[in-house]
Design a protein around this ligand. Structure first.
Ligand SMILES: [Zn+2]
Length: 256
């Protein structure tokens, strides 16, 4: 891959403005079909809590379902086109899968769950809004009890300059280290918001960033050690992959 072009492409990339993210649940079971609402006034029942769902069909956003009496997943976040586009890449049976802790009864809906019930089960959490470290930890603890877990973190500049600083930090030329047939580039965070990259470096699940047209795997502490780490504060390593490679990794089809 031509990383000098990479840098330029990223610098030229401007985040597009999207309508505000509004919806909560994209899919509900209507008879034997799992789908978004198709007409106003449509109703459904949440399979996870038995609550009533009503169709929400905003002109400027994605059609979705809303719990009449509040969402049964306390972690539920507003979702928009970015979530929808990613969920669409997986089989509908793998989208928005509720998991319950058998001991506490705690319930959360995984954005994507591939290989449910098998030793290869993988949860993919799609993260568009910023999330605190405590919440990141809580989700990792919950999902990693019986699943492998991937984060896909959307890097953008909707509410901050985060995407801008991220783009400035990308450097795929200075310190490139081959590892397992892939190339990792070690770089330094430019600008404020260092806690953003530090927080994701400390994740126990696998972390991927989706920034502009790129998908970048962030070296966790294990990989960092093999790249000559641990890294200093603000230092991190990324490895680029294509969307197809990313999806194959979620599905364990990459031979990992
Ligand atoms: Zn529910």
């Amino acid at each position: 891959m031509n990383y000098s072009r990479f840098r330029k492409d990223f610098t030229d990339w401007k985040p597009t403005s999207e309508p505000p993210e509004l919806h909560r649940m994209l899919y509900a079971w209507i008879g034997s079909e799992k789908r978004p609402p198709i007409e106003k006034g449509e109703r459904a029942t949440c399979q996870d809590c038995g609550g009533q769902l009503t169709a929400v069909m905003p002109v400027e956003n994605v059609s979705h379902w809303r719990h009449k009496a509040g969402d049964c997943d306390p972690w539920s976040e507003p979702e928009g086109r970015w979530h929808l586009a990613w969920k669409d890449l997986f089989d509908v049976q793998c989208r928005e899968i509720a998991l319950r802790d058998p001991e506490t009864g705690e319930l959360h809906r995984a954005d994507v769950l591939v290989g449910n019930g098998t030793p290869l089960a993988t949860v993919l959490e799609l993260q568009h809004s910023s999330i605190g470290e405590d919440e990141r930890n809580a989700r990792e603890t919950f999902y990693q009890r019986s699943h492998r877990m991937f984060w896909l973190v959307h890097v953008h500049s909707e509410n901050s300059f985060l995407g801008h600083y991220f783009g400035m930090s990308l450097d795929f030329r200075s310190r490139v280290v081959p590892l397992d047939g892939k190339e990792f580039a070690i770089m330094r965070w430019m600008g404020p918001n260092k806690q953003f990259i530090e927080k994701w470096k400390r994740a126990s699940a696998h972390v991927f960033f989706h920034a502009g047209p790129y998908i970048l795997y962030l070296a966790g502490s294990g990989v960092a050690a093999r790249l000559g780490g641990p890294f200093k504060r603000g230092e991190f390593a990324l490895c680029e992959l294509t969307r197809d490679e990313f999806i194959a990794a979620v599905k364990w089809e990459d031979g990992a």
